[in-house]
Design a protein around this ligand. Structure first.
Ligand code: AMP
Ligand code: MG
Length: 425
């Protein structure tokens, strides 16, 4: 199972110097979560194409040099640099052609050249390639201009991957480039950590599912869909448990089932001041759970702990708060459980085109729109209404502006840290 030789939540929390569940810094909450969750151990072999986005479970050691031979990086002529006159033209006799996959197995004689194509193995003795475009050929003689450099346009054996060295380290989330690298080693099956199973549900008597009619005061459950999207992007197995009404038995049943079947449970709603007591009572019977008020906006209330063997994230109900708490707490925790090597998100510094009010002593996450300004630098504006229930602010945004714990209000023209939603891969 997921959790091995576990510390209790209290033990982990005791490591914090001044723990106050009612005023927890974002970084402290992240630290507790990181220490508490453990990577899954099981490994499975998957076909190379299915390894995309999975976490590599063991270092992939290269059993060959890639490329296996020195070869040409250009179409041109393979020569011995020592034959070239540095400051005048040189004429060499062309004695054959080497194409990719068809090496010319000769020792290049002095004063001679071989016509060579990109990717073709360099003939023995040749150390330099002169690109075709700058040469002229007449009567099987190639004329090479002065100024060539020893070793130019030659790819060295093993320069991409060296035999016996790790080509990709364990813990890497496999990218398209990695798939190509693995293929270049001739490897058909890849060891990856098993997929996580994540159970998630929404809580709230006011929630209706798509297809039902809304009575006054009722709303459609949107959180399960944003969670579905965010979890899918992480490549986990999903257990969608639907909407759970605000009843003790219903919540307890859902938690028991989720705890028995999943590596992690994510719920939304039911952890705000007005509702926490009821959730607290259920959790008190089932697991090891702390209720936090985190110094952040949006997203203040959150529950975290363990139910059975699964770790538990009780996210707030407000739709934006769900996404923010997922991205800043759950995402890293799940990546760690998946066995991924820790990596921090790359912030982009942009100039704010508007003033932003900010209270020091909490981390604030604003929804922003990044664009390239007329001066060629990145600018960020905000997406209007920033209420934690305004999901449209998240849909219109292309980044989150992070205003750190100690930061104060900023003026238009100040630089701020942004996390772009879109990456290249
Ligand atoms: P709660 O944390 O349960 O008090 O919910 C806070 C706010 O978020 C309330 O306005 C809820 O109606 C709303 N909310 C809770 N769960 C959902 C959900 N699954 N989809 C949309 N809104 C929700
Ligand atoms: Mg609720």
């Amino acid at each position: 199972m997921t959790i091995t030789a576990q510390q209790s939540l209290a033990e982990v929390i005791n490591c914090l110097s001044d723990y106050d569940p009612n005023a927890l810094r974002v970084s402290d909450a992240q630290q507790v979560i990181e220490q508490f969750v453990q990577p899954v151990q099981a490994i499975e072999m998957v076909a190379i194409r299915d390894a995309l986005d999975r976490i590599l479970a063991r270092d992939l050691i290269s059993s060959i040099d890639v490329p296996a031979h020195d070869n040409s990086a250009m179409d041109g002529y393979a020569v011995r640099a020592a034959d070239l006159t540095p400051d005048a033209q040189t004429q060499l006799k062309v004695i054959g052609t080497a194409t990719a996959g068809k090496p010319l197995e000769i020792e290049l004689p002095a004063e001679c050249a071989v016509r060579i194509m990109t990717g073709a193995v360099m003939p023995h003795g040749a150390d330099t390639v002169v690109v075709q475009e700058i040469t002229t050929v007449q009567d099987a003689l190639v004329c090479i201009p002065p100024g060539q450099q020893l070793g130019q346009n030659r790819r060295l054996r093993g320069e991409d991957l060296t035999r016996g060295k790790p080509a990709i380290k364990a813990g890497k989330r496999i990218t398209p480039a990695d798939l190509g690298l693995i293929a270049s080693l001739g490897i058909a099956e890849v060891p990856v950590r098993r997929r996580l199973r994540i159970a998630f549900f929404s809580t709230g008597d006011e929630l209706r599912s798509i297809g039902e009619t809304l009575e006054p005061g009722q709303i459609y459950d949107s959180n399960r869909y944003t969670l579905h999207g965010m979890l899918r992007r992480l490549g986990v197995e999903l257990i969608d448990m639907g909407v759970i009404p605000d009843r003790r038995e219903a919540l307890e049943d859902a938690m028991r089932i989720a705890g028995a079947n999943a590596d992690a449970i994510i719920s939304s709603g039911g952890v705000s001041v007005g509702e926490a007591d009821f959730t607290r009572e259920v959790m008190g019977r089932l697991g090891d759970v702390a209720f936090w008020t985190i110094g952040m906006r949006p997203g203040r209330p959150m529950a975290f702990g363990r139910v059975g063997h699964a770790c538990y994230f009780g996210l707030p109900g407000n739709p934006v708060a769900v996404m923010i708490t997922f991205y800043f707490f759950v995402r890293d925790a799940l990546l760690r459980m998946m066995g991924a090597t820790r990596s921090s998100l790359p912030y982009l510094r942009a100039t704010s085109s508007v003033p932003i009010r900010k209270r020091p002593g909490r981390t604030e996450y604003q929804r922003g729109i990044l664009s390239l300004g007329s001066d060629g630098t990145m600018q960020v504006a905000l997406t209007g209404g920033q209420g934690s229930g305004v999901l449209r602010s998240m849909s219109e945004a292309n980044c989150i502006v992070v205003l750190h714990h100690d930061q104060e209000s900023i003026s238009a023209g100040d630089k701020v840290d942004c996390l772009p939603f879109e990456g290249l891969i």
